[in-house]
Ligand binder design. Structure first.
Ligand SMILES: [Zn+2]
Length: 271
């Protein structure tokens, strides 16, 4: 059997296996058609001297941005044109580990195979650069296409500030408890652009962990990939409850503002 960077490194293997687990959920939930969605995880904490000494297995690639906080950082990245359903089973065949070079403007692939990272890499790395800059302990970012949330983003009324957040929070107490900053909104923009990356960072900076890209999908950040997934999952749960009520022919009451404030107090939530 050929060697893997994950061999004899249980902490790093767990990080990558968690990505594979989440990739499987994204596929099962119908949020990851074809090669849709991206996951990147900052794995620098799991990097040892032997990894730092590993040679690159491909030529350096320009990121297209200079990201000074990423000096010496390492990331696991889903591969471009790869499918979540395949990554779920073979994470090191459908993703790779990259090292950011000292110029903070190039990366190189170090393991296991020459799998070119997602075309969304510059925007994901820009978000990681921002998170490190503000001293955040968030390491993971997930982009996916949750059906019900994307459907709701086609209604302009839901896109006004915190309208959708309040509807979703009010459907079931856990949604506010486990997605306590709610859902930030970024108006429709061309995928893969720096403009979209900048708008995403601005919305995260406005104190959201999950950002809706209008008529496209969501982008979520968290301490680890499971947490980033769970926040999307609880929002989708609420969206389905809302839609089921509408399908039964009535507008759901939702919990009252007082009831939601009581949740914030009890759970010591930020909003
Ligand atoms: Zn997308």
């Amino acid at each position: 059997m050929s060697q893997s960077i994950l061999d004899n490194r249980p902490a790093l293997a767990k990080e990558v296996n968690d990505v594979a687990e989440v990739a499987g959920y994204l596929w099962q939930k119908g949020w990851a058609e074809r090669n849709g969605g991206n996951i990147t995880v900052n794995i620098t904490d799991q990097v040892d001297d032997a990894i730092r000494a590993m040679p690159a297995i491909a030529e350096p690639v320009a990121i297209g941005l200079t990201l000074p906080n990423l000096k010496g950082c390492y990331f696991y990245c889903k591969g471009t044109n790869r499918r979540m359903r395949d990554l779920a089973r073979w994470p090191m065949d459908n993703g790779s580990i990259i090292r950011i070079l000292d110029d903070c403007a190039h990366y190189e692939i170090i393991a296991d195979k020459n799998v070119k990272p997602t075309s969304e890499l510059p925007s994901h790395l820009a978000v990681h650069n921002y998170l490190i800059g503000k001293g955040s302990n968030y390491k993971a970012s997930v982009h996916t296409h949750p059906i019900e949330l994307v459907a709701m983003s086609h209604n302009p009324k839901f896109l006004e500030k915190d309208v959708l957040t309040n509807i979703l929070w009010s459907m079931i107490p856990e949604t506010k408890a486990f997605c306590p900053r709610g859902l930030g909104i970024v108006p429709y923009m061309m995928p893969s652009t720096n403009e979209l990356a900048e708008a995403t960072i601005k919305t995260i900076d406005d104190n959201y962990d999950v950002v809706m890209w209008e008529k496209h999908g969501v982008f979520s950040v968290g301490e680890n990939v499971l947490e980033a997934f769970d926040m999307i999952d609880v929002l989708v749960k609420s969206a389905i409850i809302y839609m089921d009520a509408k399908c039964m022919g009535f507008e759901p009451d939702g919990m009252s503002q007082e009831q939601m404030q009581a949740i914030s107090k009890t759970f010591n939530l930020p909003k």
